[in-house]
Design a binder for this molecule. Structure first.
Ligand code: GDP
Ligand code: MG
Length: 700
């Protein structure tokens, strides 16, 4: 195996280790050195599986069997404890040597400076680690409402997810949103009721809120031992064991797992036996194979049913998404995280258990999704790829379907929080980090070549015919398909001096590649650059990043809300334009109706009554559309764009010799007239406190 290197993102190379065709004793010697170095500080520099006594083949370490891969995400309402749980996971799996704390601002996954300061997770980072022979790729999804696009994109690359709840709060607003997004992407989930140590924590309350608010069927795989201050551990309902954490252990590594015995815990044993029987019945209701087993062999005594049989059935039910396993613990107090890791490997699916329809079209050819772009000052853009099929190698030329361009991956890395390990190749199911892709943006689909894309396209077309679908062929090949919402907030941004404008343009270009929900426009009147984002925090963070990462102190104008207007009822209006210019008479009479549209559409949907459509020339039709589009640019309420309207032209009389400009002017004026008498509404309500400023947006 040639050329294995270990890098750190923060430009401080931790160690650089070249392995050129070396034998395993040399590898061992290098690893010893590495371990020594790792002991000196926080260890980010171990290659999964390489630390330990048995050195497996490098290939199996880098490319584990696909059945052993778990691509998962953690989703939660802000403050539920996602970052703390992630930290514990990384600690117990051996990739950090000390416990990070969000309150101290030193966690691994929240590695951007702003995140550390704000204590929230904005950019999603992928972290790779191993747990009991499984390879887990953890995609850290952001929890803030301004970043729902990021959440959606991350969900797209997950095979399963852990929903973290604050056990004292139950299901909160943001969890609901993300839960629905996960439903949309059909992602199997398990629930972790965190903060069981907190005063006011209630297992039953949280379970009820999952049942009621999320309309999900909770499978109680654990019950807590104590709640709030008395929380000590959990009982494993499946195996009837109790797990108690040593109160003297300060990192929670030390816990004991003991079978519940009639002699020592009669009460608890009774409670758990009932819970287990209820679980078995619940799973049997949802899974026929398990029902057969239970009704046959074990109908007399559920106690004899082996834990593994129940686990396999819970795995199937989780995959089918007919119910969700529920576990509990306290990440902060280091309790319950190891069993959560076990549950991730046991119940969440491997990539091959997921049914990705498009895989059949690629027939093993490369197909990957760029789900994250980061700009590194030294190495340029780093692109995170989820590989769905095929193999990625360094020095490989790839084809980007979205950009319709071909470029070369210069190096391939395995992402380890804020450090990366260089590897020669990576197979399907894994998350890779590539260097060298300069034209790839977040959300792009990557394949091996244009001809491979065309071949897949043909297969998809044949399949499409079978199913009578009418999807656009190119669209079908694009993996992301995440709709980018229109920005809601905007403000002007100015460089410190005119000479710095090109630097600002460059910074904004890079940031846009990372984050497609950021839009940048130029005000045609003032020539100013305008930043359009999803929220106040979004814009603030972009501003911050320009300063920190590009060294530019920029000035932001006042933040404004991009309102939209719409019509609520249906109105009819007529208008006549009669003007003589020179010796030419322009005369148009129009009658139109405007009403609200059920679906969302930025442009007005224009229809013509049969009598109008009959003898309408192409030129007149274009003139009408131009007129209506321009009338929709400024609504009557605040002068913001009108959207979601349908306009029907009921009659139109054009005097011979009338110019098309006059036709445009007439329909435009007629629509404005309709707007003045109709009931109007703001379409996009401002998200946060900026609603109070009812200032119409200046030209955006
Ligand atoms: P995130 O916003 O979901 O990433 O949540 P964080 O991990 O940043 O945690 C939010 C706050 O809750 C921090 O102050 C944590 O210390 C605290 N926290 C996290 N987990 C627990 C827990 O298990 N118990 C208690 N009592 N507090 C916790
Ligand atoms: Mg966080």
């Amino acid at each position: 195996m040639s050329n294995l290197r270990i890098f750190a993102v923060n430009h401080k190379k931790i160690s650089s280790l070249h392995i050129n065709n070396m034998c395993s004793s040399k590898i061992r010697a290098s690893l010893k050195r590495l371990r020594l170095r790792a002991l000196l500080g926080r260890n980010y520099s171990s290659l999964p599986g390489l630390i330990g006594n048995d050195i497996k083949s490098l290939h199996s370490i880098i490319n584990p069997p696909i059945a052993k891969i778990r691509n998962i995400g953690i989703m939660a309402h802000i403050d539920a404890g996602k970052t703390t749980t992630t930290e514990r996971i990384l600690y117990y799996s051996g990739y950090t040597r000390s416990l990070g704390d969000v309150d101290d601002g030193d966690t691994v996954t929240d590695f951007m400076a702003q995140e550390r300061e704000r204590g929230i997770t904005i950019q999603s980072a992928a972290v790779t680690f191993d747990w009991k022979g499984y390879r887990i790729n953890l995609i850290d999804t952001p929890g803030h409402v301004d970043f729902t696009l990021e959440v959606e994109r991350c969900l797209r690359v997950l095979d399963g997810a852990v929903a973290v709840f604050d056990a004292s709060a139950g299901v909160e607003a943001q969890t609901l949103t993300v839960w629905r997004q996960a439903d949309k992407h059909k992602i199997p989930r398990i629930c972790f009721l965190n903060k069981m140590d907190k005063i006011g924590a209630s297992f039953n309350y949280a379970v009820e809120s999952i049942r009621e608010k999320l309309k999900a069927k909770p499978l109680l795989l654990q019950l807590p031992i104590g709640e709030g201050k008395t929380f000590k551990g959990v009982v494993d309902v499946v195996s009837k064991e109790k797990l108690l954490w040593n109160p003297n252990s300060d990192d929670g590594k030390d816990f004991e797992r003991k079978p519940l015995l009639e002699m020592s815990d009669p009460e608890l044993l009774k409670e758990i036996t009932e819970a287990r029987n209820a679980l078995i019945e619940q799973v049997a209701d949802l899974d026929d194979e398990f029902a057969d087993l239970v009704l046959g062999e074990f109908s007399e005594n559920f106690d004899l049913l082996p834990a593994e049989k129940l686990q396999t059935a819970v795995h199937r039910v989780t995959l089918a998404q007919t119910a969700v396993p529920v576990l509990c613990g306290s990440a902060l107090k280091n309790k319950g995280v190891q069993p959560l890791l076990d549950a991730i490997t046991m119940y969440l699916p491997s990539p091959e258990e997921r049914n990705y329809e498009f895989l059949q079209w690629y027939k093993g050819d490369l197909c990957a999704l760029a789900f994250k772009v980061l700009h590194d000052k030294q190495r340029g853009p780093l692109v995170f790829l989820r590989i769905y099929s095929g193999v990625i190698k360094r020095q490989l030329a790839i084809h980007n379907i979205n950009g319709n361009c071909t470029e070369r991956i210069s190096r391939l890395l395995l992402p380890f929080a804020d450090q990366h390990v260089e590897i020669p190749s990576l197979t399907a199911g894994n998350i890779a980090l590539t260097v060298g892709l300069k034209n790839t943006a977040t959300g792009d689909t990557i394949v091996s070549s244009k001809s491979s894309a065309l071949a897949a396209c043909r297969r998809a077309e044949r399949e499409g015919e079978k199913k009578h679908r009418q999807n656009n062929e190119a669209e079908r090949l694009l993996l992301a398909g995440v709709e980018i919402p229109e920005p809601v907030f905007f403000c002007t941004i100015e460089p410190p001096s005119v000479a710095k404008q090109p630097d600002l343009d460059h910074a904004l270009k890079c940031l846009q590649r990372e984050d497609p929900s950021l839009k940048v426009k130029l005000d045609p009147d003032s020539g100013q650059t305008i930043l359009c984002g999803m929220g106040e925090l979004h814009i603030e963070i972009i501003h911050d990043r320009i300063k920190r990462e590009y060294g530019l102190e920029t000035y932001l104008g006042p933040l404004q809300v991009a309102y939209r207007e719409t019509i609520l009822n249906s109105v009819r209006a007529t208008d006549t334009l009669d003007r003589t210019l020179g010796d030419r008479r322009h005369l148009v009479t129009v009658e139109l109706e405007a009403k609200s549209l059920e679906t969302s559409s930025l442009l007005p949907v224009i229809e013509y009554a049969a009598s109008v459509a009959e003898d309408l020339s192409q030129a007149s039709r274009e003139a009408i559309e131009n007129g209506l589009h321009s009338a929709c640019l400024q609504g009557p309420l605040l002068g913001s764009p009108i959207q979601d309207v349908a306009i029907t032209l009921h009659s139109l009389v054009i005097h011979p010799g009338t110019s098309t400009a006059m036709i445009s002017a007439c329909v435009s004026r007629c629509l404005q007239k309709a707007g003045e008498v109709s009931e109007l509404a703001f379409k996009s309500k401002p998200i946060s406190g900026y609603g109070a400023r009812k200032r119409p947006p200046k030209s955006v």
